[in-house]
Design a protein around this ligand. Structure first.
Ligand code: ADP
Ligand code: MG
Length: 231
């Protein structure tokens, strides 16, 4: 297996374990403003994805990501399955030459672009886009402007996603099932934004394990998308 392929496969395994751990929590979030299937859908999808990836013969990173995306598309269902899965399949091509700082940024940007193309949600609609957008913007800026290492950039991206998740609470849903509730969606944390954060946290942990290092604790990113409270 290529080194990147091994790291990518380990990341999928990690995400599957985390999502299984968070299954009830994600279901609880989705029962407040949706139909209580996000935890179950995601846990099943990621477990199947980890299994499909484990069966691959010496895959590179792009193949691992593509296989994961295809499995999520087939297994997760709902609104989020095609968004998570289809976007991964599409963005995987950015990793055809392996994982570098540049290809990781291209992958992240293409993934975000595909999610917003498909779902037509923007920041402020109380969806996964509220976590994903600041994460991707922060990742890109950290690498291309602040010249941080990919690992430090990913840590900043996770911190930005965390604030994005918090941002979904006071806003009103304008896309997806939660939008049927109108103003009653206000005050609830979006399940898809939350699962996006968990995935990013596991990607960071997987990257740390692969590089055998730890990102600095003080990863309080200033996000270009959602400003800091003190800003
Ligand atoms: P469903 O709403 O069909 O039951 P899930 O429960 O699996 O699907 O996923 C719900 C999540 O999907 C929401 O919390 C939100 O983050 C995300 N979502 C729904 N619609 C959209 C959309 N149009 N764009 C982006 N994300 C969306
Ligand atoms: Mg649901």
């Amino acid at each position: 297996m290529s080194e990147d392929g091994v790291a990518a496969a380990a990341a999928v395994e990690r995400v599957a374990t985390r999502i299984e751990t968070e299954r009830d929590y994600l279901t609880e979030l989705d029962s407040a403003i949706g139909d209580a299937d996000h935890g179950g859908n995601m846990a099943r999808g990621w477990a199947e994805a980890a299994e499909a990836v484990a069966e691959l013969d010496d895959p590179d990173a792009a193949t691992v990501v593509k296989t994961t995306g295809k499995t999520l598309m087939a297994e997760v269902g709902g609104a989020s399955g095609p968004l998570f899965g289809g976007s991964l399949v599409f963005a995987a091509a950015e990793l055809d030459d392996g994982i570098t700082a540049d290809s990781a940024v291209a992958f992240a940007e293409t993934y975000l672009e595909k999610v917003t193309d498909r779902g037509d949600a923007r920041v402020g609609d109380q969806t996964m886009v509220d976590a994903l957008t600041p994460a991707v913007h922060t990742f890109k800026k950290s690498i291309e402007v602040d010249e941080l290492s990919p690992l430090d950039a990913l840590a900043k991206a996770v911190a930005a996603a965390e604030r994005g998740v918090a941002y979904t609470v006071p806003i009103r849903a304008s896309k997806g099932r939660a939008s049927y509730l109108g103003w009653r969606s206000v005050g609830h944390q979006d399940p898809g934004a939350t699962s996006t954060l968990f995935i990013l946290e596991e990607l960071l942990a997987a990257a740390e394990a692969a590089l055998d290092t730890t990102a600095p604790e003080s990863a309080d990113a200033t996000s270009p998308t959602i400003p800091d409270e003190e800003a």
